[in-house]
Design a protein around this ligand. Sequence first.
Ligand SMILES: [Zn+2]
Length: 183
Amino acid sequence: MSLAICTYGNPILRKKAVEVTEITGEIHELAKDMLETMYEERGVGLAAEQVGRTERMYVIDIPSDSDMDDEGQRENPDIAMPMVLINPKVTGHTEDVQVGPEGCLSFPDIFANVERWYEVDAEYMDLEGHIRKIHAKGLLARAIQHELDHLDGILLVDRMSHVKKVAIGGKLKRLVKETKRAL
Ligand SMILES: [Zn+2]
């Protein structure tokens, strides 16, 4: 079942998500619905808060043709997609940062350059309850950091430059107004 996306201005996006203590049928169902919703909306990542839930989990699917570095080499050839990450943590990172354009399904038609670690170590629980540790690069590393922000109530608007925020101020205001009207 595809779910409705919570857009900027919906207070749930500012909540801190709650750890998942048990992988129940409900969690499986939520993961399935979140993947379906993400595909329908053509996103590469989606956090539970974006569909009005407070579980500490998100889904990611980076298409293989987007998982490329500047020389056309796959960045994460050994990581299978899609991913369901439960109680995820970033446990380490290299010093390299990359500034790149970022979008968010909760901010339709808004893109902003955001600085992120280029490579991160992440730890999470999968749907079978196994703890997984990965080293991710590039767009996958960016998505892991972006979605983790969601679980802490941090949004794209908090990561963009002040100049950008001012430049799209009208657009943001309209979005909040539309969101509040639909609540
Ligand atoms: Zn987002």
